[in-house]
Structures are given as C-alpha cells and as structure tokens.
Ligand binder design. Structure first.
Ligand code: 4FN
Length: 246
C-alpha cells in the first residue's frame, strides 16, 4: 500500500483526474491511496487567505508558510514515522524512471504543490526532504507535476497493473523506446502490417522488435543510448537485418 497526501489549493483536480482509469481502479482496490488536502482549510484568516505580498516587493503573490505548515502537522500528528515530503518544483532534479522506482519503495509520500510565485522559503526548509521537477518549462502550478509523479510511481506498485500489462515488460525498463505496434485491419490507407508480425515465428518477431527499438531510439532519442556503445555501423547493420526480414 502506497499513500500519497497532496497539499494543494486545488484538491478537486486530483479527485477528478486520479479517480478514473488505472489509477482510479487501484484506489478502489486499496492498493494506493490519493488524499488531496486543501491548504485553504488551514488558513487562520477570516477570508481564508493563503497568499500574501512578497517581502522586498516585486510581482505576484507568495504562498504563506502557516497554512501549509498546519496542513502538514495535521497529516503527521497521528503518525509514529515521518513520511517522505516532496516539493514539486522547477528547482528539483528532473523526474526519471530510476527516481520513480526509488519512490515506489516508500509507503507514504506527501507532495506539496506550489502556486503564484512560489512558497515562503521557511516552510520549505522546515518540512521538505526533496524537490522534484517534471521538466524544464514554465507552469502555473505544481498540481500537474504531482499527478505525473503519482501516475508513474503508482504503476510500479504491485497489483496496480494487470499481469498482462505488468511494468516488468516495459521497454523503458531496459531504457529503449518501444517498437512500432499494429492492430487490425491488415491494410490501412494502402499500408500493410509488416509480415514478420503475422509469421507466427516468435523468435523472429522478438528479434524484429528489439532491432526496431534500438534503431528508433538511435534516431529519435539518441541521448537514451549513451553508456550503451552502439555505433552508426551497428545501426546500419541492424537496418539491413530488418530489411531482410521483410
Ligand atoms: N512551476 C522555470 C524557471 C522559473 C520558474 C518556473 C516555473 C508554478 C509556483 C513554481 C514548473 C515546471 C516543472 C513543479 C520555471 C514544476 C513547475 C515542475 C512549477 C507556480 C512556482 C511554478 C527554468 C524550469 C523554465 C512556476 C524553468 N515540476 N515557475 O514554472 O511548479 O514540478
């Protein structure tokens, strides 16, 4: 069982998005729990204010320390251990499959989502163990990043995926892109399915898929092949082998 508590100003986003499909089913089965906590519920202000002007001036608003800290204290008060606290932030290390595998070994993760110009630094110093980013672009809030993290970590928790779709089969596991996939009909817009896939020759199909994965990765995401010693000559010979399978 893996529990995610999410400190956010938009708890409904999580209920709507994570209530469906594989993640929704995993929650109903009790394999994972996603518990969005509305930071605004912990405001002590009569107008439920959670942001204020930045000291030193400048544009925008900053999320106040107090409501976030009180929401955090509320979550941990009955626990006899300290959950992993992650701030979704562009200042964090970019999320990788390796990091997702590491996070899937926790039982309890608290995710903090920022908004406006960010969060008062002092509450981050007080509660955050680690910052994680989902990539280098500007966003309006940490909610979509938190949902990306929950999705990619949850599918690694035993029982979330069916045996059929088990993550152990993922090609991302060996770090390569996926081979091309085809389904019926056999001919679409005059293009036929590669005949090797209809040959019933399982070893040959495996070889074709492996070579497709390597060649695709080489052209589309060559950076994924570094530390793997594949030369342009290797690629040319794989392409020739693929042509000969047709
Ligand atoms: N973003 C950059 C530089 C400066 C600011 C930002 C930015 C949301 C609260 C953070 C963004 C991207 C990936 C959280 C971006 C992420 C966020 C994330 C995020 C509002 C403050 C902010 C140099 C990366 C372009 C806004 C770079 N993963 N600030 O987006 O929360 O998790």
């Amino acid at each position: 069982m893996l529990r995610f508590d999410v400190l956010t100003l938009f708890p409904e986003l999580f209920r709507v998005v994570m209530g469906e499909s594989i993640i929704g089913r995993a929650q109903k089965k009790g394999i994972i729990e996603i518990n969005p906590v509305n930071i605004r519920d912990f405001s002590t202000d009569k107008h439920r204010k959670v942001d204020d002007y930045p000291y030193g001036g400048g544009k925008g608003m900053v999320m106040m320390a107090q409501p976030i800290y009180d929401a955090y204290l509320h979550l941990i008060k009955s626990l006899d251990y300290k959950p992993r606290v992650i701030y979704m932030s562009p200042q964090g290390k970019v999320l990788t499959q390796e990091k997702a595998i590491e996070l899937a070994s926790y039982n309890h993760i608290i995710l903090l989502c920022g908004h406006y110009e960010g969060v008062d630094e002092r509450v981050l110093e007080e509660i955050v163990d680690e910052e994680i980013s989902i990539g280098d672009y500007v966003l309006t809030g940490g909610e979509l990043p938190a949902m990306v993290l929950i999705d990619c970590v949850s599918r690694l928790v035993p029982g979330v995926l069916s045996d059929e779709n088990s993550f152990k089969e993922d090609s991302l596991y060996d770090g390569l892109l996926e081979y091309p996939q085809y389904t019926r009909p056999y001919i679409f817009n005059e293009k036929k399915v590669p005949d090797v896939l209809l040959s019933g020759h399982h070893a040959k199909i495996e070889r074709w898929r492996k070579l497709q994965s390597i060649v695709r990765t080489y052209y589309k995401r060559p950076e994924l092949l570094k530390d793997r010693n594949i030369s342009p000559e290797d690629i040319r010979s794989f392409e020739e082998e693929l042509r000969n399978m047709e």
